[in-house]
Design a protein around this ligand. Sequence first.
Ligand code: CA2
Length: 170
Amino acid sequence: MNANSPSAAGPAAAPPRVLLLHGPNLNLLGERDRDTYGSTTLKDVEERTAALGRELGAEVHCAQSNSEGALIDLIHATRGSDDGIVFNPGAYAHYSYALRDALEAVTGLGIPCVEVHISNVHAREAFRHTSVTAPVCQGMVSGHGIFGYDLALRSVLHRIAEWREARAAR
Ligand code: CA2
């Protein structure tokens, strides 16, 4: 069932709106370190994820910041404006309790978030094996390259549709 179908969420259900958010250094994607992160640029990732969103009947808008505070503000701003988040927190995933708290605040309001890592963090240095943000997310995708964003978007849209259906049935 499509997330926008009338039986899923009522005739006037708006297309799901998803924030694709990237953290520190990911603006450099495709420019350096291609062995680890591939040659696709951030702009390419944003465009192909937005295109998949359109195919699936969703609106994807994109943001990136190298600053923890700006990322927290962007996460807070999803309240009242977005239905879900696909988030690559970069290295902040491994130690930012402030980002974790921000995510918990919005996921607790029914805005699901799926965490993405392009590389397989479990196959890398020990400090990357921990994510302090993933436990407050719906789930985490790691090691699938940029295809991981497709998986994450599909999963977040599936969760949004489930929650809309549950609300409509109440
Ligand atoms: O695998 C991922 O997507 C990461 O989130 C990428 C982060 C890393 O700290 C995480 O452990 C895993 C690093 C992003 C740095 O991106 C660059 C891209 C090109 C050149 C240099 C850095």
